[in-house]
Structures are given as structure tokens and as C-alpha cells.
Design a protein around this ligand. Structure first.
Ligand code: TYD
Ligand code: MG
Length: 465
């Protein structure tokens, strides 16, 4: 008897199922995202059927009656988290790996996902935890060559080069590792579905079964997901919904630092980051990222200002560079990297109107150093100060920190968590802080806080010396 093969069309963005093809997914509204998928269901008679007995069968619901337990009786605790000794990695996860959880690590090809996970595997193995590393992308020799560059512990990791999900699951069930790493989800496929590995249906089904395996066995499962051009993981939304935790590994191609960021975490905070440097011998955690992004503050040119961003619960100091130069013919250019271009347009208008800085004839370039994104309005004041510094061609005080949102009236507004930001600044020797008058913290140590009300207040302070 052959199972009836049914065709559905699935949206690669949101995973919604459609009986017919359409140009636009009516669930998420994206265009050209529906792909054909064959949904072959297993013929009845295996696995589930054995359980489908007893009272429930009489009702025709096909389930079985199981005992429930109160939450008090559920065993397990936070303390059971596995630690890798790679502190930044444990931190981003919320304090280590939760047994039985499933974690997706997304990132562009070549960013270092396999390297990071092989190091994690080695560290766990060294602490006496069994790890199974499943590679569907590389040969055993390729993985071994990578391991040779990393810590010696990586050599003890058990490797399975396999792409068939059923084999992966059977092997893992026999071995009972504490952690299984599947590199990558796009190369794994199940024999129960037609369609090539990497197709949305395959990715979803394999992820769902790996998730079930994690929950039933207590093995923590990491899956690697390559990010597509649009910035999503194949069938991104659905994959992100399935797993417990989503980590993104990011970095600028030309720079050697990498940022690991939690964007979803059922067992910890989101937006926490860990910073690493890619070296000849793998990834090295950077304990003090501010140092990396800040550079040397003793010789500062005009157009440079520093602010403190909150990345999750941790402050991060970043340098903003601005350059205002005489424009050629035509519309002056506005180019910003790491800072929203509409926000820049707004700031330029405010600076023009409220502080009389003439940008109409100037090309303006703004760059947040180190590939960091200035995602908070708290960085406004630093951008404004950098712009003014460039226009006047006068360097800002070298050890100053700028914190504040700039309003349309040119007023400076206080920022959240200013104590933490100030403390990070002080740690790095930034002892003069410009911030909203209303936001000056009561108790201040080692810091000279200059409370300001408006953008012209700030400029008077800075340039009328
Ligand atoms: P990889 O982990 O293979 O990336 P991904 O799995 O995300 O595709 O890392 C690829 C890059 O990292 C590659 O360009 C080589 C570099 N690399 C190092 O610089 N040092 C190392 O020790 C290792 C293992 C890789
Ligand atoms: Mg890889």
C-alpha cells in the first residue's frame, strides 16, 4: 500500500501552508515566497499505532491516557546547566546549556559557526560530557583539520558525518550524548518527505523531530542554520518558533571580531551579547569588549565622540566618527554606517535649526566604529557632538562620554540605566560625561558629570573655550 502523496505550498518566510500556489502569502504578506512541498504522511501501522489503544481508542481520538504530575514533582533544576568554560558563550545562553533544550545558531557562511561549536564540543568533552558532532557539510578530514587548530580537547569529540535524519537520531539514541551538534540543519533530510535537504519542509520537519528528541532524551541539541541573503534562516520564522533559543553569530567580513547575540531565549535574557576574536587558533572570548571597540583615546581627531550603548544587560562603549566636508555639485551626500539614516537626517535638521550648524552645503558621513549598530536614541548626543566637532574642526575632549537622546526642539533627554553606562565609561577612563541635566545620577564617583539642557548648551560648553 502506498501513502497518498499530497502537494502543499509553503511560505519560506512564515511557514504557512497553502493548498494552492499564489504569488503572495496571505498570512505574512510576503511576495514570491511560496514553494511546492510534498507532504507524504506515513502509512498507519508504525510507531504511534502501538500506543493507540485503551479507552481513548473507543472515543476515536487516537491518543492514550497518561498520568499527569504536579509541577512540584517535576525534577530538574537550573543548577543542571552544562558549562563550557567558554564564559562568553555560557553568558549569552543565560548561564550555560540547559539539558534537553534546542538551540539554533544562525549566521552567514564562513562567519565561524562550526569553529565555535567545535570549541564548545571540545570544552564540554574536556569537562567529562559526551558530545556528538554531526557534520552534514564536511568530510571527517575537514573537521579534523579544523579541530587541530583548536584546543587539544576538540580531538576527543565524537564525529558522525551523516545527512539522513533517521541515522542521526538512531546514533544519538544509542550513544546518549549530553550534547549533540547538527551542522547544519540545511544538509539534513528525512526519508519520510520528498524534496531535497534544505527545502523548507525538510528543514521544518527535521528541526521538529530533533526538538522532540531533545525533549525526550534530555540531550541538548544545537543546530547550525545558514542565513540566506535576505538575512533569514531558510524558513526562518518557523525554525525560530520551534527552537528554545536562537543565537546569531555576526561580524564584519573585514574585521576579526565576532558578536554572538541571543535573539530568543526561553531560558535567559535576550539581546545579551558575547564578543569573540577569530584567531589562528580559533575564537577567543573578549572579556572587555569596550576596549576592543574604543581603541586609543589619547590621540583623537575632530569628529570623534564616544557613547555607551546597552547590549542586553551590559554597557558597551563605542566610538562615533563624523565627517562633514564641502559638497560638490548636486545634492549633498548623507552616508551613515551603523546608524539609521533617517535618524541622521533628523539630527542634521535639528542641528541646523536649533544650533545654527549649516549642513545644506556639506556632505555628511557618519560611521560607528567596529561594525557596531547604534540601535538606541541614547547615542544621539554623541552623533550630534561628533558632527559639530567636524564642522568646527575641533576635537572633543579626549576622555568625554556623551549620553542623551536629542529631541526635535534640540532638548537633551535622559537615557535609561545611566549609572551603568557611566560606570563603564569610568572603567575605561572616560571621566567627563555630558548628559541631560534631569538625568544626572545623585551619587557619582570618579566622574565629572556635566548636565545639559539643549544641544546649544552642549556646544557652548565644548567650543566656546
Ligand atoms: P567556519 O567555522 O567554517 O564558518 P561557518 O561554519 O560559519 O561557515 O569558519 C570559517 C572561517 O574561519 C574560515 O575563513 C577560516 C577561519 N578560521 C580561523 O581564522 N581560525 C581558525 O582557527 C578556524 C578553525 C577557522
Ligand atoms: Mg560550517
Amino acid at each position: 500500500m502506498s501513502a497518498k502523496v499530497k502537494t502543499v505550498y509553503r511560505c519560506t518566510e512564515c511557514g504557512a501552508e497553502h493548498p494552492k500556489w499564489a504569488g503572495r502569502c496571505d498570512v505574512c504578506g510576503e511576495w514570491n515566497t511560496l514553494v511546492e512541498e510534498t507532504a507524504a504522511r506515513l502509512p498507519a501501522g508504525n510507531a504511534g499505532a502501538a500506543r493507540r489503544q485503551g479507552g481513548a481508542a473507543a472515543l476515536g481520538v487516537g491518543g492514550s491516557v497518561v498520568a499527569t504530575a504536579t509541577l512540584r514533582d517535576v525534577r530538574g533544576s537550573e543548577e543542571r546547566r552544562l558549562r563550557t568554560a567558554i564564559n562568553e558563550f555560557d553568558f549569552v545562553l543565560g548561564g550555560g546549556i540547559v539539558p534537553g533544550s534546542m538551540i539554533l545558531i544562525g549566521g552567514e557562511p564562513g562567519i565561524g559557526k562550526s569553529t565555535l561549536l567545535l570549541q564548545v564540543a571540545g570544552a564540554l568533552q574536556a569537562s567529562g560530557q559526551r558530545v556528538l558532532y554531526v557534520s552534514g557539510e564536511e568530510s571527517p578530514l575537514q573537521v579534523k583539520l579544523r579541530a587541530d587548530r583548536l584546543s587539544p580537547a576538540a580531538a576527543d569529540v565524537e564525529l558522525l558525518t551523516e545527512t539522513l535524519l533517521e541515522t542521526v537520531l538512531a546514533t544519538a539514541a544509542g550513544m546518549e550524548p549530553a550534547v549533540m551538534i547538527v551542522d547544519s540543519i540545511q544538509t539534513i533530510f528525512t526519508a519520510d518527505l520528498e524534496g531535497a535537504p534544505g527545502n523548507v519542509g525538510q528543514v521544518r520537519e527535521c528541526a521538529a523531530r530533533l526538538m522532540r528528541f531533545a525533549k525526550e532524551s534530555g540531550t541538548a541539541v544545537f543546530v547550525v542554520g545558514h542565513v540566506t541573503k535576505g538575512g533569514g534562516i531558510a524558513g526562518p520564522k518557523t525554525l525560530e518558533h520551534i527552537v528554545d533559543t536562537v543565537l546569531y553569530f555576526e561580524g564584519e567580513g573585514s574585521l576579526d571580531h565576532r558578536v554572538l547575540r541571543a535573539t530568543k531565549n526561553r531560558f535567559g535574557g535576550v539581546d545579551e551579547i558575547g564578543v569573540f576574536r577569530m584567531t589562528e587558533a580559533g575564537l577567543i572570548p573578549i572579556e572587555n569588549p569596550s576596549e576592543l571597540f574604543l581603541g586609543d583615546r589619547d590621540h583623537v581627531a575632530s569628529g570623534s565622540a564616544v557613547t555607551a550603548l546597552m547590549e542586553g544587560t551590559r554597557p558597551l562603549l563605542v566610538e562615533i566618527q563624523a565627517l562633514a566636508a564641502k559638497a560638490g555639485f548636486g545634492t549633498p551626500q548623507r552616508v551613515s554606517t551603523g546608524f539609521d539614516s533617517r535618524r541622521l537626517a533628523l539630527l542634521l535638521a535639528v542641528l541646523d535649526k536649533r544650533a545654527g550648524l549649516p549642513f545644506a552645503q556639506l556632505d555628511v558621513f557618519v560611521n560607528v566604529v567596529g561594525g557596531v549598530r547604534l540601535h538606541e536614541p541614547a547615542g544621539d548626543l554623541a552623533v550630534a557632538a561628533a558632527l559639530a566637532s567636524s564642522v568646527y574642526d575641533r576635537a572633543l575632549p579626549a576622555h568625554a562620554l556623551f549620553l542623551g537622546e536629542v529631541g526635535l526642539g534640540g532638548e537633551i533627554r535622559p537615557v535609561s540605566q545611566s549609572e551603568r553606562r557611566l560606570a563603564e565609561g569610568a572603567k575605561m577612563g572616560l571621566t567627563t560625561v555630558y548628559l541631560a541635566e534631569r538625568g544626572v545620577p545623585k551619587r557619582l564617583r570618579d566622574v565629572n558629570a556635566i548636565g545639559v539642557r539643549t544641544i546649544s548648551d552642549v556646544f557652548r560648553h565644548l567650543f566656546e573655550r
